[in-house]
Write a protein that binds this ligand. Sequence first.
Ligand code: PLP
Length: 387
Amino acid sequence: MKGTFPLKSFESVVTPFYYYDAELLRETLKTITSEANKYENFTVHYAIKANANPKILRIIKEAGLGADCVSGGEISAAADAGFPNNKIVYAGVGKSDWEIELGLDKDIFCFNVESIEELEVINEIAGKKNKVAQVAFRINPNVGAHTHANITTGLSENKFGIAMEDMIKVIEIASEMQNVKFVGLHFHIGSQILDLGDFKALCNRVNDLQDELERHHICPEHINVGGGLGIDYAHPNRVPMADFTNYFNTFAKHLKLRPGQKLHFELGRAVVAPCGSLITKVLYVKKTAHKQFAIVDAGMTDLIRPALYQAYHKIENISSEDNAETYDVVGPICESSDVFGKQIDLNKCVRGHYIAIRSAGAYGEIMASGYNCRKLPLGYTSDELAK
Ligand SMILES: *Cc1c(COP(=O)(O)O)cnc(C)c1O
């Protein structure tokens, strides 16, 4: 089975563009909330950095998720989309003063703090504003994730978070400060994680750290385990949704929450990746002695994941029912890495056919660049286009 696309309505928009299946997104959100609500203390935030298209944010906000931000721009995007300020959390190793000020002005729920140096600055700026910033400490749990090296974040060699050995020290320092309040511990071990054993390892590490806190009579109000749940890029139609049931169950089973403690999640990719496709047109089919290229009008400027992470996206010719032929699908950018797929089978392509690059709803549109002076791709939802 192929994903269904409103080909007729595509004629009214310029390629390349992102097409978002709003129905799938809403279904995914429904599943996330119903699975998380099975457990009393679970709260889910959406990691804005995966996709900040306002149309997408509004749908996610309507489902009741909070927002996880990694910049001042994302705090503004979340607020503009209507996420309540008390559901916004803000992480990042390098928060600028204006970003901290913005978070304080908006009275966001929590700053996820990644160093003592940052804690001092937050305390100082909050003092000037006569405010008390709620802070959680992002702890680097030194837990590896079985994913691409560029998207693992929880190893001690990575730049993220505070070392476990320093956890008690920073909490004690915070307790001496007037304008910060320690409320939680934060973790995030990486992205596109499909082996739930990685999350189990995180749970075990959090349990050890909580035991240590208990010895110091410290009990955080919440634990935030970040995001990272992966999706099935190879089978967008057969497996259009991540396994949220087992994901939440893994934490319910292995993480020992203290009485009254809340557990927060920050899912990005698993929320939005499956619903998006990059739609592009075949410009030329170029045959050489050894292969044929389908040259399309989208490039790595529109979707950088294949060039940046050697990421796989399923590619389909959605205009043709003809027998498949083998192509290298490449873009127009002046870089040899501007390739979406090598030696892949597509229904026979001719100029003008629509190609769908699937599962591109996360880290797609948001990472687009203007390299080669190209226009940024626009995004449309099925609510707008399906007629
Ligand atoms: C990127 C990020 C997330 C979301 O990661 P996904 O793999 O998209 O789920 C969550 N929390 C933090 C702190 C992040 O940086």
